[in-house]
Ligand binder design. Structure first.
Ligand SMILES: Cc1cc2nc3c(=O)[nH]c(=O)nc-3n(C[C@H](O)[C@H](O)[C@H](O)COP(=O)(O)OP(=O)(O)OC[C@H]3O[C@@H](n4cnc5c(N)ncnc54)[C@H](O)[C@@H]3O)c2cc1C
Length: 312
């Protein structure tokens, strides 16, 4: 429900209502918030009041979520479950579930970088503009096997010394940089900022203004915060600061690529929905590709090929 108590899914899918597909439910929730009908914390309300109030008690024993005595990450969720059972609505918001973009790979999971293979959620273009529920599981099994076999075959012929690339020294210096600063910004703080930036700009429904703001804020964080990351301990094992710092370094190009890809798509398609361009794609279907050109990420497109099926 929105803040007026309206079951807004009736406007999106009057038959399936809240059981509509997750991309549609996410877009609907984000639209309610964007149009000013959301909850105080930027979400909507989930109410089970129209269902029998003992339904939670009769959930299958295998369901660990939303059950009597539900514990999650050290939190006791019992009071929340009790409130739901009493008929109160709870505030909820869509969360990131799956990354649809990623590394471009060929049919043998090769990345174009000698000796580097990729499979699973880190790869792009496998699911088109939207992933069908459950297909991530199939992907990791099928593509994982192909990548594993290709990597094993490659390892059999590759000599260790081939791996020492020209930029090894640069990569090492960058990886160890957070250890060389005795004071600065804790990596978890930057991680939180990047997470909020992505949430704000790359949520279920986007606008040109929010995407541009995301690009500007990202450049600002890259120039002013990233060079100040510092680990609070020098441990090389189980060092959460160091792993957060490395994740942050990598996240910059991932988030910028996603922002460039989304900004270039002035239409709504699949999981990419735009408030300012609600019409679907017209003309040729394309993949968005982002590559590094003289130190700058550049977006370009390539036509989607349909080798087996007719174009929808
Ligand atoms: C809440 C939720 C529910 C889902 N439900 C379903 C479902 O029902 N059906 C379905 O098909 N899919 C589902 N998915 C999607 C599916 O789970 C994922 O797409 C899939 O698990 C991705 O597998 P992966 O091996 O590609 O990546 P991951 O499982 O993300 O594995 C990547 C691994 O790499 C490690 N790693 C990262 N960086 C480094 C580094 N620098 N060095 C070493 N290791 C590193 C990570 O710790 C992680 O273990 C769900 C996803 C979520 C979030």
């Amino acid at each position: 429900m929105n803040r007026f108590g309206e079951r807004f899914m009736a406007r999106w899918d009057p038959v399936r209502m809240e059981l509509a597909t997750r991309d549609m439910v996410s877009a609907a929730c984000a639209t309610e918030v964007y149009e000013g009908r959301g909850s105080p914390n930027g979400g909507v309300y989930l109410s089970w009041k129209h269902l029998p109030n003992d339904i939670i008690d009769n959930f299958p024993a295998t369901s660990r979520a939303i059950s009597a005595g539900w514990q999650w990450e050290g939190f006791d969720m019992t009071p929340l479950v009790e409130r739901i059972k009493q008929g109160y609505a709870i505030e909820v918001a869509p969360a990131a579930h799956f990354s649809l973009g990623g590394v471009r790979v060929d049919a043998q999971a090769g990345t174009g970088v000698a000796g580097l293979f990729a499979c699973g959620e880190v790869t792009g273009a496998m699911h088109g503009a939207n992933r069908l529920s459950g297909n991530a599981g199939a992907q990791v099994l099928v593509q994982g096997r192909i990548a594993g076999q290709a990597a094993a075959a490659d390892a059999g012929i590759r000599r260790a010394r081939d791996r020492i690339a020209d930029n090894y020294g640069f990569a090492l210096a960058q990886t160890e940089a957070p250890f060389r600063r005795s004071s600065g910004i804790a990596p978890f703080e930057l991680k939180e900022s990047l997470s909020q930036l992505a949430e704000k700009s790359l949520g279920p429904v986007r606008t040109a203004a929010a995407l541009q703001e995301g690009l500007t804020s990202l450049a600002d964080l890259k120039d002013n915060v990233l060079p100040q990351l510092a680990c609070r301990t020098q441990d090389r094992m189980w060092n959460r600061d160091w792993s957060d710092a490395l994740e942050c370094q990598a996240a910059f190009s991932v988030i910028e690529s996603a922002l460039l890809g989304a900004a270039g798509r002035e239409h709504s398609i699949g999981a990419h929905q735009r408030h300012d361009h609600k019409a679907g794609i017209s003309g040729e279907l394309t993949h968005s590709l982002v590559s590094l050109n003289a130190g700058v990420l550049v977006r370009h497109t390539t036509p989607v090929a349909f080798p087996f099926l007719a174009r929808p």
